[in-house]
Design a protein around this ligand. Sequence first.
Ligand code: UD1
Ligand code: UDP
Length: 399
Amino acid sequence: MKKILIVFGTRPEAIKMAPLVNEFKKHPDQFDTKLCVTAQHREMLDQVLEFFELIPDFDLNLMKPNQNLFTLTADIINGMKPVLDEVKPDYVFVHGDTTTSTAVALAGFYHGAKVCHVEAGLRTYDKHAPWPEELNRQLTGRIADFHFSPTDRSKQNLLNELTPEKNIIVTGNTVIDALMFAVEKVNHLENDPEIDGLKKLIGWETNTGKVSHESEFPKSIIPDIVLITGHRRENHGKGFENICKAITELAERFPEVQFIYPVHLNPNVREPVNRILKGRATPTNNIHLVDPLDYKAFVWLMDKVKLIITDSGGVQEEAPSLGKPVLVMRDTTERPEAVDAGTVVLVGTDAVKIVNEAESLLLDDERYRTMSMLHNPYGDGRACVRIAAFVSTLQHLQC
Ligand code: UD1
Ligand code: UDP
């Protein structure tokens, strides 16, 4: 019996690790699986735990309002000690590039467990972008014993850094496992208050009268929607001011398009976004700020929108599978596969560039069609099966 401890703390880690927890738990004869959340995020994490029906065995409950990287890192390392002492895991699983990932990887290493890194090998090689995530990912890669890479390109990055090839496993990204699970759930939903609320917000129901099922909507009456999300630390301040200016300008130029922005709970995001966009009058009042959506509602919305403008890592991976063009408000990305496939364009945080690129996609049908081709560079939905199968083949604590 292998003792597995899976640890995550933020919304995107939870979405991408939830299917892995469920996969390991399908094999109680092989794995004794425990889940620990640091709760680096709270409300946004709890939304995901509820959707995937996960109950953590340990909850460090660490989030503090407007927390800083110094105390968060220290609190995670200190908080993990008693958990590691109690579980005595053979394998500690962490995900991606957050403070939780790196601090838990280090704690796991100190404790003598083998560290397994999911979504390993993504790189920009600019330690300031994304900040601090690029360095977090590189550090976690140095600490880890086993590396589950989403693509061949991320494997190659690890090989370039002299990571032993036998310890790198290309699995696809677990985000596609999560997305497929969510799409399936959404397709079988009868009524959902959050989704109904979104429909009302964008005038979907008002426009169409009292129809109750989506298939009854005449196509032309569904409004064009632009979905916006953002939270990167390097965009705090001036970056977010520019993003908000660009949204205002677009909303004025395209009064028939609905702009929906689920605003991240980080106060450094909410302050400029609320100050500039909340209650912002446009001729058709078509800017809608909402709280973070649960994963089900967000996936429903992604599937309905015309265009996504974001700086999110996970959304860059999900959108190509749904055939949605994405403008990424970053200068560089550790996820170049969708850029190469033509679904994603990097626009930075220059307001003029964001407006020009969005305008081109809203007006140029040919360009829109090319960018909205379905692509699946990040996986086939079986990443978690591959990870669990690999771990089951390991001899006790082999590396
Ligand atoms: C974190 C990760 C980032 C990841 C992002 C996903 C680091 C350094 N940053 O950034 O890599 O892409 O999550 O969203 O690991 N807050 C709440 N409730 C929540 C979540 C956040 O109120 O559920 C507020 C709190 O005031 C908190 C603040 O947001 O202190 C910042 O949270 P933190 O996790 O430090 O940074 P994020 O910007 O969320
Ligand atoms: N997401 C969500 N609700 C929202 C916005 C995003 O469930 O209101 C999901 C999204 O589908 C993706 C993940 O959250 O899977 C991305 O999280 P975020 O952008 O916060 O972090 P990143 O991926 O940039 O690390």
